[in-house]
Design a binder for this molecule. Structure first.
Ligand code: SAH
Ligand code: SF4
Length: 355
């Protein structure tokens, strides 16, 4: 990614119409818009846009930055299978994105907000103050940069999950716009089915998403199957309790024809007991559902602990015995400030970035 001077706008902020108008003013042929958009979707710098005349590349570079993001830190983990990048946005705010490489896929975990207004007590992102919503192009540019890096390794970005910083449905319009652009065949062309939107449970927005005709995978961060506990772990629950949340998820499953994924961060002694397994099974019984257990990734200054391996296995077994479809998420990225929000937290603590 090129690092340019701040006053120039990022070209990714322009709509296709605005880009066309800019090119028309320079008497460029109409097909240039599509050429340039294809390069931008793959995170290319202007100088790398091989099928553009040199003069146009120079003109673009003089007028714009090629991305809204500037990389400030990068860390590797899992024998280089996981890469975490901290980006600076306009205004000095920072967000993280994580690339995870698997044998048959490459997944990007993407951020939609600086900080998060929901404030779950176990989450690094939820601890700090809320910064701001990301613009659609700031979300898409994370995918473009990841795609560029993977392409250089001979890989292809195949999946995108909105499981980085922020609550995607609290930044609804920008997130839906970003999903459409990431799915656009003239952009990265990643099928919406391979894009997962994870939510703490903004019920009215789940309803709206169901009406978008955008068959993304919906992940619900459940973490508790009784309101009393969920009110504490996912504070938005006091506004949209479990009964309403499950009804919204069912509607989404019906209208999209897609199975909903339920996330459950395992907190030792808090939500990994037999009682929890019983309650969760009762709640999801008869539903087209998939449960994803996420061992808690320790966050400093929280009272929570990760269960040991045996407890994790036991809990998963109790759910399976009751007929649920369960996977245990691997603990990718552990060595390098692990779950999203933690690389940024450390950079903030060390004074490398200020917000
Ligand atoms: N705000 C959205 C999406 C981002 S969080 C949401 O909450 O769904 C993505 C997932 O990571 C959520 O399921 C969240 O509960 C989980 N998570 C947050 N902090 C975690 C931690 N320290 N360890 C493990 N999972 C965590
Ligand atoms: Fe926000 Fe999700 Fe973290 Fe909760 S878990 S504070 S909703 S980012």
């Amino acid at each position: 990614m090129t690092v340019d001077a701040p006053p120039r706008p990022s070209i990714t902020e322009l709509s296709p119409e605005e880009l066309s108008a800019w090119l028309r003013d320079r008497e460029e042929p109409g097909y240039r818009t599509r050429q340039i958009r294809r390069w931008l979707a793959r995170g290319s710098a202007f100088e790398a846009m091989a099928d553009l005349p040199a003069e146009l590349r120079a003109g673009l570079a003089a007028a714009f930055r090629s991305s809204s993001l500037q990389e400030v830190r990068r860390s590797q983990a899992d024998d280089e299978l996981t890469t975490k990048v901290l980006y600076q946005l306009d205004g000095g705010y920072t967000v993280e994105a994580v690339v995870m490489r698997y044998p048959s896929r490459s997944t990007l975990c993407i951020s939609s907000q600086v900080g998060c207004p929901i404030g779950c007590p176990f989450c690094a992102t939820g601890q700090g103050p809320f910064g701001r919503n990301l613009k659609a192009n700031e979300i898409v540019d994370q995918a473009a940069d990841a795609a560029r890096g993977l392409e250089a390794e001979g890989r292809r970005l195949s999946h995108v999950v909105f499981m980085g910083m922020g609550e995607p449905l609290a930044n609804y319009a920008a997130v839906v716009d970003a999903v459409r652009r990431i799915a656009d065949p003239d952009g990265l062309g990643i099928s919406p089915r391979r894009i997962t939107v994870s939510t703490a449970g903004l019920v009215p927005r789940i309803g709206r998403l169901a009406e978008e005709d955008l068959p993304v995978t919906l992940a619900i961060s459940l973490h508790a199957a009784r309101d009393e506990l969920r009110d504490v772990l996912v504070p938005i629950n006091s506004r949209y309790p479990l009964r309403e949340l499950l009804a919204a998820a069912d509607d989404f499953a019906r209208s999209s024809g897609r199975r909903v994924s339920y996330e459950w961060v395992l907190l030792a002694g808090v939500n990994d007991t037999e009682r929890d397994a019983r309650e969760l099974s009762a709640l999801l019984r008869g539903r087209l559902a998939h449960v994803n257990l996420i061992p808690f990734n320790p966050v400093p200054d929280t009272p929570f602990r990760e269960p040991d391996r045996q407890s994790i296995r036991l809990f998963a077994g109790q759910l399976r015995a009751r007929g649920l479809n369960v996977t245990v998420r691997d603990t990718r990225g552990r060595e390098s400030e692990a779950a999203c929000g933690q690389l940024r937290a450390r950079a903030l603590a060390e004074g490398v970035v200020s917000r």
